[in-house]
Ligand binder design. Structure first.
Ligand code: FES
Length: 123
């Protein structure tokens, strides 16, 4: 039921971990399944220079976290804000319908981390 790409990212997650001096941090959760995801970003010259994630959740949540870090790394903040739930699911060669919300979590966590960065910068 999972694509090979999902299985591969689940078994070998990219950019897993924490950035202690992150410029932006975004945490989101899904109250229905109880899964939680945090994305940490380091920003240099308006680009995502480094990105890591910590996810307490299902296999698809781990695979979507891993994929969103790959999609966002090196992108400008404006480009990263345009990464959608659909982009993440497509890059993973699809998700089962009951697991589509896991990609929502990944996109939302990325966007929350970028918004956190903007907020901190304004202060
Ligand atoms: Fe909820 Fe995967 S089952 S994020």
């Amino acid at each position: 039921m999972y694509s090979q790409k999902v299985m591969e990212h689940f078994k070998n997650p990219r950019n897993m971990g924490e950035i202690s001096d992150a410029d932006g941090v975004g945490t989101v959760g899904n109250p229905v399944c109880g899964d939680m995801m945090t994305i940490y970003i380091k920003v240099k010259e308006n680009r995502i220079a480094d990105i890591k994630f910590k996810t307490f959740g299902c296999g698809a949540a781990i695979a979507t976290s891993s994929m969103v870090t790959e999609l966002a790394k090196g992108k400008t903040l404006e480009e990263a804000l345009k990464i959608t739930r659909g982009d993440i699911a497509d890059a993973l060669e699809g998700l089962p319908p009951v697991k589509m919300h896991c990609s929502n979590l990944a996109a939302d966590a990325l966007h929350a981390a970028i918004e956190d960065y903007y907020k901190k910068k304004k202060r």
